[in-house]
Design a protein around this ligand. Structure first.
Ligand code: SAH
Ligand code: SF4
Length: 358
């Protein structure tokens, strides 16, 4: 067999590769890779020769291009290189009772959300299931001695536009790495067919919908896929998801200065969220080179939260973890891009023009 990325080899392929070895070997190596997050060279329960051989036959898919740490070591962000030179990012966030890793599902993204660095850079390719799983494994290794408790599919890319591979990764993370599906959250921009498909899956993952606007005119501009799957259809699919799975839905809302942070925006959001029993996460927008509008000031974010709570919607303000290392969707890649195009700086104040881009 020629070399294949370790996490893109199936259990059967691994067994075939280990033909001639004792029968328990395949399980031993599989557990070593997934549950123990080891490279073959580190599997001290294998014969030395086999370790070296497997290390060559089952190389890592990800190579660390850059690693940045902040929050006193509590937040780690990687830029990983793939075999074809593509780049993806992964973020590890350690909190007192919880360690969360945020993984990418695509190199780039085709959804073109105006405010998102990944969307601004466009789509490169789908990640394989193994490339997704290996991000989790890398974080598991880095988090030690703590255990990674949660995985969020909120890095680069739209998970439901890479459905099969994302789902294969979910099954592998749940069944083999050992992080329960109840602690996995798939975030989507609102691909209705994908949400309906997810509702029919046997594993109960959490769903987060990136809403950002609760009227079609504004959402069409901020999140272009809304033109294909408008809010009415999205609400129906979300209701079907909640009904079928009994899982709590969360709604992500990037707070954009003067754009979607007014009391009237909160009223619309509450009308969308309340019938679904959804929990709202407010995230102050991170500035990106291609979208010169700022995040809402802290007082307005706090006011929005109060208003939503008053309207009966449970709301959390998401901490801007790792802000100083650009630990937000697509931010590291965005900096690399900006370095290539030095005039692509942030231009605060051009609010109206930015909104008219789409
Ligand atoms: N494609 C999926 C998952 C990846 S994006 C989705 O859109 O849900 C992860 C989250 O980061 C989404 O909620 C997205 O809207 C948000 N996001 C993107 N760009 C952002 C920015 N500049 N500031 C704050 N949040 C951003
Ligand atoms: Fe893609 Fe999500 Fe960014 Fe939109 S917000 S462009 S769907 S990664």
């Amino acid at each position: 067999m020629r070399a294949r990325a370790a996490y893109d080899v199936s259990a059967d392929e691994l067994a075939a590769l280990l033909d001639g070895q004792p029968a328990y070997r395949a399980r031993q190596v599989w557990d070593g890779l997934h549950r123990r997050a080891l490279r073959p060279a580190e599997m001290s329960d294998l014969p030395l020769e086999l370790r070296a051989e497997l290390d060559e036959l089952l190389p890592a898919a990800l190579s660390e291009v850059e690693r940045r740490t902040s929050d006193g070591g509590g937040t780690v962000k990687w830029l990983f290189g793939l075999h074809d030179g593509r780049r993806v990012e992964t973020v590890l966030m350690a909190y007192p009772g919880r360690v969360t890793v945020c993984v990418s599902t695509q190199a780039g993204c085709a959804m073109g959300c105006a405010f998102c660095a990944t969307g601004q850079a466009g789509f490169d390719r789908q990640l394989t299931a193994g490339e997704i799983v290996e991000q989790v494994v890398a974080a598991v290794r880095a988090a030690r001695p703590r255990r990674v408790s949660n995985v969020v599919f909120m890095g680069m890319g739209e998970p439901l536009a890479n459905y099969e591979r994302t789902w294969a990764a979910v099954e592998r993370i749940h069944g083999d790495v050992g992080i329960s599906a109840r602690h996995l959250t798939v975030s989507t921009v609102g691909l209705v067919p994908g949400i309906r498909r997810l509702a029919a899956e046997p594993l109960p993952v959490n769903l987060a919908v990136s809403l950002h606007a609760a009227n079609d005119a504004l959402r069409d501009r901020l999140v272009p896929i809304n033109r294909r799957y408008p809010l009415g259809e999205l609400a129906e699919a979300c209701a079907a998801y909640v009904g079928a799975t009994g899982r709590r839905l969360s709604i992500e809302w990037a707070m954009i200065d003067g754009t979607n942070d007014r009391p009237s925006d909160m009223a619309e959001l509450a009308r969308f969220a309340r019938p679904l029993g959804a929990h709202v996460n407010l995230i102050p927008l991170n500035a990106t080179p291609g979208y010169p509008v700022r995040g809402s000031p802290p007082l307005r974010v706090a006011g929005a939260r109060q208003e939503l709570e008053r309207l009966g919607v449970r709301t959390t303000i998401r901490s801007t973890r790792g802000a100083e290392i650009d630990a937000a969707c697509g931010q590291l890649a965005a900096r690399a891009l900006a370095a290539r195009a030095p005039d692509a700086g942030t231009r605060p104040g051009h609010v109206v023009r930015a909104l008219r881009v789409r």
